[in-house]
Each structure stands twice: as structure tokens, then as C-alpha cells.
Ligand binder design. Structure first.
Ligand code: MN
Ligand code: MN
Length: 286
């Protein structure tokens, strides 16, 4: 259990609408490790922000948020996923909106699965630099490089990714053969995020799980990530996606921040995106 709670997470579990949890696990991360430190770092910097969110026009004192602390993890990914899936299922079946702070991207799967059980029409939107469509990577099929493949195969085919600019040739071929909705960072730059959102809205109309792999955002804004990839989208693009889908989002995560490579700004951006999601979602539910 982390000692610092996320700012404005002043509710107990029973009365909370939002349950924040950290999952300090980075066992399959291949390049820069250290996302295990991200939940604590995001909690620390969350105190930077005002309780009033002017952009979404809502005060956090009017939102019921509980910080569950960090979930227990094991050394290997498969055991870790089993351990956290019980919590994910409980949060969602208790009617909470889970807000998971990774840790690495593979941790998304149990949370997306839990939401699909409760909301059968679930769609999945992910911001990422990487396709993450591999069937396995470095001998593990629950690697962080496989998360989107798992979601499409096992959770929902109502899927769209935004900000993509990296993948193996086989992944790109798989995406085009299976007509997977992949919107590159260049698509966002050329068409504008509003038009990308409109395209996605044609296929994803019901409940939504939103997963933000922070490396979707350009390394100029978010340098401290596990696998940095230049030519990314902007923080404003990410906020637009949050704002557009907020009314329908039933689960959210923010993953892949590696604080050791940070001046502090990546964790600040991560904490802000978490707060903007909660603010936007709560405003839509008023
Ligand atoms: Mn990813
Ligand atoms: Mn990525």
C-alpha cells in the first residue's frame, strides 16, 4: 500500500465512483525499465493541480474518488495478471470505474476483460506509438508488445488505436489483412484529431475502455517512457480523445511512464491525463 494517496481521492471504497489503483509491474519491459515507480510518482505530482478543473468545469471536491493503493504483483507476468484480475473484476462488478496506473501495458488486459464482462457492447480505444499486435514477444505471449492483439482476440473487435508509428512488418500486415482500425500519428497530424474521432465513432458507439500508453505522445512532451518513438501526437490530442469518449468510458488506464528518465514532466502529464479523464467523465455523468 502506497503511503501517498492520489490528490482529491478522499472517498472510501463504498461511496466512490472512481477507484484509482497502481500496478507497479514492469517485468516484460524490454528497453527502459522502471515503470514500477510510476504510480507513486504520479500520486506525488498530482498535488501540483488545483482541485477545480476549469477546462471541464468541475470541482474535484464534488467527485467521489478512492485510491485503493498499489495492487500486489508477482515476479512473472502470468501470475501478476491472475492476481490483479480479481481486483479488476471486483471494482467493475461493484459499479466502480477503474482508473489503473501502470506499470507496463500488459496490465491493461484484466481491466478490459472485467469491463467486457459487465458491458458486453464494450469497445476499446488505445493511444500508443506501437501496434502491440504481436502474438508473442521474447518468448512471452503476455508481453507489453502484445496487448492490442490480446484485446482484439479475446476482448472485443470494436477496436481502434491512435498515434501509431511503430511496429514490425508482420504486425502492419496483420493490421491491414484484418482491417484493424489503426490511426497513425501522421493521420492525426494531417486530418486533425476531431476527424479521427469521428471515424472511430462510426464503429465504436457503446461503452468504451480507454487505454493510454503514454508513448503515444511525442517524446518532446513525454520523454520518460519505456520505448520512446519520435513524431508523436500532442497532449492536446490526448485530451480531445478523453473529452470525446468520456461519457461512454467505463474503464481507464495510463501506462508505461518510467520516472528515472524524467525531469518530472512526464509524470505530471500522466497525472493530468488521469485527472482530466475523471473530470470529463464525472462532468458527463452529472
Ligand atoms: Mn503499448
Ligand atoms: Mn507503446
Amino acid at each position: 500500500m502506497s503511503k501517498i494517496l492520489f490528490a482529491d481521492a478522499n472517498s472510501d471504497y463504498n461511496t466512490a465512483s472512481y477507484v484509482i489503483c497502481g500496478v507497479p509491474y514492469d517485468g516484460t519491459s524490454c528497453f527502459r525499465k522502471g515503470s514500477i515507480f510510476a504510480p507513486e510518482e504520479m500520486r506525488k505530482v498530482s498535488y501540483n493541480f488545483e482541485t477545480y478543473n476549469h477546462f471541464f468545469g468541475i470541482n474535484f471536491k464534488d467527485i467521489s474518488i478512492h485510491d485503493f493503493g498499489d495492487l500486489e504483483v508477482a515476479e512473472d507476468i502470468d501470475t501478476t495478471l491472475e492476481m490483479i484480475s480479481g481486483h479488476a473484476d471486483t471494482f467493475v462488478s461493484d459499479g466502480k470505474i477503474p482508473v489503473m496506473m501502470g506499470g507496463e501495458h500488459s496490465l491493461t488486459l484484466p481491466f478490459a476483460r472485467a469491463c467486457k464482462k459487465k458491458y458486453p457492447d464494450l469497445g476499446f480505444v488505445v493511444l500508443d506509438a506501437h501496434l502491440d499486435l504481436r502474438e508473442e514477444y521474447q518468448g512471452r505471449n503476455n508481453s507489453h508488445a502484445c496487448i492490442s492483439r490480446h484485446v482484439i482476440d479475446e476482448v472485443t473487435d470494436k477496436y481502434a488505436s491512435i498515434g501509431i508509428r511503430s511496429g514490425g512488418q508482420d504486425e502492419y500486415e496483420y493490421a491491414s489483412e484484418n482491417r484493424i482500425k489503426v490511426f497513425s500519428a501522421e493521420d492525426v497530424f494531417n486530418s486533425g484529431i476531431e476527424n479521427i474521432i469521428k471515424e472511430i465513432r462510426k464503429v465504436i458507439k457503446g461503452h468504451v475502455y480507454l487505454s493510454i500508453d503514454i508513448d503515444a505522445i511525442d517524446p518532446a512532451f513525454a520523454p520518460a517512457v519505456g520505448t520512446p518513438e519520435p513524431y508523436g501526437i500532442t497532449p492536446r490530442d490526448a485530451r480531445e480523445v478523453i473529452a470525446a469518449f468520456a461519457p461512454d468510458i467505463v474503464g481507464f488506464d495510463l501506462v508505461e511512464i518510467t520516472p528515472a528518465y524524467d525531469s518530472g514532466n512526464t509524470a505530471v502529464l500522466g497525472a493530468k491525463l488521469v485527472r482530466d479523464f475523471i473530470a470529463a467523465n464525472a462532468k458527463a455523468r452529472l
